[in-house]
Design a protein around this ligand. Structure first.
Ligand SMILES: [Zn+2]
Length: 1103
């Protein structure tokens, strides 16, 4: 630019002063304005003055042939460049923009375009400046469209395709225009997509910056679906040039160009036609091969990641290999409420395919899919949508729905409140104390017994030692282990199986008693086998189990292996090796495949398909009488090869993220290890990750949402022992029969000072008893005072395991029960302080039948507390009745706590209920100042955080959510009036704070948590005793904590709902910030004004 001379050849004789000024300015441009921008400012000010005051001068400058305008623009350009290059200079451009600079420049473009032919130099300079200013003006695209500048640039481009000097600045401006979606659609209609395909091309060392800008512009244009449709025919071209660049750019100098091509493909494949074109053009193989070749170069990761995303999106959706997604097992309910989940599920039209529905294949599904990411984002961040804002729903609810007469029948569960102990002999009459008659005459067998090789010793040692021949059962207990040992065993020389004496290590465990308990457990599938881990028991390992560090690129490797299924279909075996849907499970040939089994209490595995020699796809069963809730698994594997690298994929997971992405491992129990004296569940598995897969979810299974996919949880594993039998589980199993065994053993530990009563609260739908425990201390004497103290102890009400998949809740409960029944002075004080009412397993049927979340009614029992049905939700109905009875006799518990497990967060924490904190969250400030609320609900979590290393106060929340209004915690708080009503959530994964930071949680820590909960209750007792109630330092602490949280304005509720998505996670949907496609075809064509939504929607994509 600087080469122009100021020689006004035409027109009136020039004003020498202006000429001189222009000369100075041009000289300045040529040298550097950086040196002294002030001089340039002075010169331009003088020019401006002359222009404003002298009509003649103005005409002269803008007249054709004068280069005055060019010099001004050049100055502006230098100004902009300088501004962009100095710190804080952006603000200067900001001022330029805010003073209407963009508008003036665009106006100049229009004026310049009216000259014929337009001055190339002026256009060049204008576009150079616009390209830079445009990036700083959020409304640039809108202004340009309204101004009419869009077409000027496009026409200029069309006419100058060979003029590279002009092309680049115009393309740069076009790129900025295209980032506005309305512009993108309009430009597409004007042929700009086609235009870009004329510029981009195969590998060349020339004009690479031009190519880069064209690709970026094209990429931006293709975010519009109508533009993507226009580009579908060019998919083969894009793939061709991508390969060309891949081959020739050997020194990886043009990664951005290669990425640009992929971005175009990524956007085109957002539409179904694009995906089809991609598959037809052999895109899968091309991107797979190029990516594989890139794997060794770390800097090429962006290319691999984008390729992977495109391939996953285009991977044809498969149906799950199932005849129906409804649970394999069906339990006929006596009473099926019309409109309830079970009626809905089983009244579907005959012949309807619930595995995949038509809706998954249309374009609407795609739109939904695009939105999915956003919806999930909202779930992550905007949880406060769920906060209860109806103040009336937060205030205590007076329920007169149940007359006392009706509740009076519950008196029998509270004998301790009327007991006079005139006869100090009292007997334990438990559910399990007198062994119930076996529910069925099925033989009880340990599962692997069936798989015995013929050389099984005739007298299996287990049998003789362990079973009671007179029990009326055919003695089919596990000889299998002995047989398996036969191959290896020094231990077996004498033919004696050394069964670990877990009874010594585990005071509450007894294999024989366990088998007895199993006999009276009713299951829908009528299980007849017993899993070894439940039989032998689990002794927590002493070694630490660290949270697994994620290996870089694991997910990518796994996904590529999945893509290989499509690329190399001949390598895929697709051999069904286990299938509950087929009555006769397939017979497995010797040695080529693993054997699976899940037909025992709490077992869950529906199907296993051998995909490759050492890889298996596993399908989980839905909760009974439902078609989803796949999360819990527990199954047996045998027939493994030592040292072989097995890969297992659970392919029908539903949650959008999982702790398996954050260091959680699966649990494994090896029978060989157990009989070698290490009976234990261990955290195991490598290369674990969790990602969205190519199995489509029917809308029926996705709550009406179309186009959703399942997720894969994958782990790898090598087995150490030949002829082993291994079990895998989501978390440490804890069966209903285990609970019954523990209760019996606890009863046996009872000292005369302990009052323990076990009642049957009710029978479940599946015919199992729901135990209710009462634990307190016996009165010291039968004196009136002592009896009075005994009867008036405050009550603590605990429950657990309403969600069967949250087995950790049972381990915490075990810790609580063991502590409570213990002989320590603390335990004794605690028993003297309170009467404990405990329902240790609110959902026995769900636990027995391997459900994850529901009971046999196909419903989540922790959403039924508002209006439980005695027929459908008996355990909830009667537990609530107990609480209602207590409220009616003015003995509502001091503390209510329901133990749960949490699958998405680390540590142990509590949810409580606070009216005030909920109101704060909702910002209804008007009423909050009038609310008076005792802060007592914070005391227990505060105490726990001081003493229990796994417990994290920061993760606690006391906000009442709408979605939780029918949970135990909220209903007991609101309807029963228990201020300290909690859910205690224990992580399934591990801790990220405190003493256990970096470790996965084990049964020892969970049991410890249960015991510490008891100790915390003792401290609470001291704090709440009338003498100490006032001015207690700890309570003041609580108050100040509360104020701190409040001041920071950072309630944990909003901050710590869940871990962020794993950075490596790839999603199918389009860019998460994608804007809706404002196609003018559908919008009002006359609407030329800048609408609010448009200006709000503007996205500054270039900063
Ligand atoms: Zn739960």
């Amino acid at each position: 630019m600087n080469k122009h001379k100021m020689i006004p050849e035409k027109g009136v004789p020039s004003n020498s002063r202006v000429l001189m000024l222009f000369g100075q300015l041009e000289k300045l441009n040529r040298e550097s304005m950086l040196v002294d921008p002030e001089i340039a400012r002075q010169i331009t000010a003088k020019i401006l003055h002359l222009i404003q005051t002298q009509e003649k001068t103005r005409k002269e400058i803008v007249s054709k042939g004068s280069s005055g305008m060019e010099v001004i623009l050049a100055t502006l350009e230098v100004f902009v460049c300088v501004s962009l290059s100095v710190p804080g200079g952006g603000r200067r451009i900001g001022v330029f923009v805010s003073k209407g600079g963009t508008g003036i420049l665009l106006q100049l473009v229009i004026s310049a375009s009216k000259e014929s032919p337009p001055s190339e130099e002026v256009m060049l300079q204008l576009h150079s400046v616009l390209a830079k200013v445009g990036q700083k003006d959020r409304k640039f695209g809108v202004k340009a469209r309204l101004n009419g500048a869009l077409n000027v640039t496009v026409n200029l481009l069309k006419q100058n395709l060979q003029n590279y000097k002009l092309l680049l600045p115009c393309l740069l401006v076009l790129q900025v225009y295209s980032s506005n979606t309305v512009n993108a659609v309009s430009l597409g209609k004007n042929g700009v997509v086609e235009l870009m395909f004329k510029i981009i091309g195969p590998y060349s060392k020339k004009n690479t910056s031009l190519l880069k800008v064209s690709l970026d512009t094209l990429g931006a244009l293709l975010k519009s679906k109508t533009n993507a449709q226009r580009a579908v025919v060019h998919v083969p071209v894009l793939l061709y040039i991508y390969q060309d660049w891949h081959r020739n750019d050997t020194r990886h100098r043009h990664i951005l160009i290669r990425k640009g091509i992929l971005s175009c493909l990524k956007n085109i494949t957002n539409i179904k036609l694009g995906r089809k074109a991609f598959i037809d053009a052999d895109g899968m193989r091309i991107l797979y091969n190029t990516s594989t070749e890139c794997l060794s170069v770390r800097t090429l990761d962006p290319l691999i990641n984008t390729s992977s995303l495109i391939m996953r999106k285009c991977f044809p959706k498969n149906r799950l290999p199932l005849p129906t997604i409804k649970s394999v097992f069906h339990h006929q309910l006596l009473h099926v409420p019309a409109g309830g989940p079970v009626a809905q599920l089983y009244n579907q039209p005959l012949g309807m395919d619930d595995v995949v529905d038509e809706s998954d294949n249309n374009e609407e599904a795609e739109a939904e899919n695009d939105m999915e990411n956003e919806v999930e984002e909202k779930d992550h961040h905007a949880g406060n949508d769920d906060i209860e804002t109806d103040i009336n729903k937060l205030r205590p609810k007076e329920t007169h729905s149940r007359p006392f007469e009706e509740l009076k029948i519950y008196e029998r569960f509270f004998m301790e409140l009327s007991e006079d102990f005139q006869v100090m002999q009292y007997t334990f009459k438990g559910v399990t104390a007198t062994p119930a008659a076996p529910k069925s005459h099925r033989p009880i067998i340990v599962p692997t017994a069936q798989a015995l090789p013929p050389k099984t010793p005739t007298a299996a040692p287990l049998q003789g030692d362990r079973t009671h021949p007179g029990a009326g059962q055919p003695p089919i207990l596990a000889g299998g282990v002995a047989a398996r040992l036969g191959g290896e065993g020094e231990e077996m020389l004498e033919g004696v199986l050394h069964v670990p004496d877990t009874a010594l290590l585990l005071p509450l465990h007894d294999p024989d008693l366990y088998v007895e308990m199993v006999k009276s457990t009713s299951s829908v599938p009528q299980f007849s086998e017993v899993a070894y881990p439940d039989y032998f028991g689990h002794v927590a390992p002493t070694s630490r189990e660290h949270i697994l560090e994620r290996v870089y690129g694991v997910q990518r490797t796994k996904i590529f292996q999945d893509i290989e299924r499509l690329i190399h279909p001949n390598d895929i075996l697709d051999k069904v090796v286990y299938d509950l849907d087929i009555q006769s499970c397939p017979v497995v040939d010797g040695g080529e495949s693993l054997k699976f089994n899940s037909q025992f209490e709490s077992g869950n595995l529906r199907k296993a398909v051998q995909v490759r020699k050492f890889e298996y796809d596993l399908v989980l069963n839905s909760d009974i009488n439902s078609n989803h809730y796949h999360q819990w698994f527990y199954f047996e594997v045998s027939g493994m090869r030592v040292g072989a690298p097995y890969r297992f994929n659970i392919i029908n997971c539903e949650k959008s993220n999982s702790q398996f992405n954050y260091g959680m491992q699966v649990l494994m129990y090896s029978v060989q290890e157990a009989i070698s004296g290490r009976p234990r569940w261990v955290r195991t598995g490598t290369d674990i990750c969790y990602y969205k897969n190519h199995f489509s979810r029917s809308s029926i299974a996705a709550g009406g949402q179309k186009g959703k996919s399942y997720y894969t949880m994958t782990f790898s594993m090598t087995f150490n022992h030949k002829d082993d039998v291994c079990y895998f589980a989501y978390h440490y199993p804890y069966t209903y029969s285990t609970l019954k065994m523990h209760l019996q053993k606890l009863e046996a530990l009872r000292t005369p000072q302990t009052y323990l009563r076990e009642d049957v609260l009710c029978e479940t739908l599946g015919g199992n008893s729901c135990p209710l425990l009462t634990i307190t201390a016996m009165p010291e004497s039968t004196s009136n005072d002592q009896i009075c103290q005994f009867r008036n102890r405050p009550l603590v009400f605990l429950s657990s395991r309403v969600h069967p998949g949250e087995t950790n809740a049972s381990w915490v409960m075990k810790g609580t029960l063991e502590f409570l029944m213990g002989s320590s002075p603390l335990a004794h004080s605690l028993r003297e302080a309170y009467i404990f009412k405990i329902v240790p397993m609110l959902n026995p049927d769900g636990v027995v039948n391997g459900n994850h979340r529901c009971s046999l009614s196909g419903e989540d029992l922790n959403r039924q507390w508002q209006n439980p049905s005695p027929e459908l939700h008996p355990t909830i109905y009667h537990t609530k009745s107990l609480l209602q009875y207590l409220a009616a006799i003015q003995r509502a518990p001091l503390v209510f706590c329901d133990y749960h497990g949490h699958s998405r967060k680390k540590n142990v924490f509590m949810y409580g209920c606070s009216l005030k904190e909920t109101v704060w969250e909702t910002n209804i400030s008007a009423t909050s100042c009038e609310l008076h609320e005792d802060l007592g609900y914070r005391t227990l979590p505060k105490i726990l955080s001081q003493m229990a290393p796994a417990f994290s106060l920061a993760s606690c929340s006391f906000v009442v959510e709408r979605s939780k209004e029918a949970t135990a915690r909220v209903v007991v708080w609101r309807e029963i009036g228990v201020q300290r009503s909690y859910t205690m959530e224990s992580t399934l994964c591990g801790c990220d704070q405190g003493k256990y930071k970096g470790l996965q949680i084990g049964t020892r820590e969970l049991e410890e948590m249960g015991a510490q909960f008891c100790v915390a209750l003792l401290r609470l007792k001291r704090l709440t005793s009338p003498l100490k109630l006032r001015n207690h330092a700890h309570l003041l602490d609580v108050e100040s904590d509360l104020t701190e949280t409040r001041c920071k304005g950072s309630s944990t509720y909003l901050l710590e709902d869940e871990e962020a998505s794993f950075m490596e996670e790839v999603d199918y949907s389009a860019e998460s910030g994608d804007e809706p496609d404002n196609d003018p075809n559908t919008a009002d064509p006359h609407d030329n004004h800048l609408s609010d939504s448009e200006s709000n929607n503007y996205r500054d994509s270039l900063t």
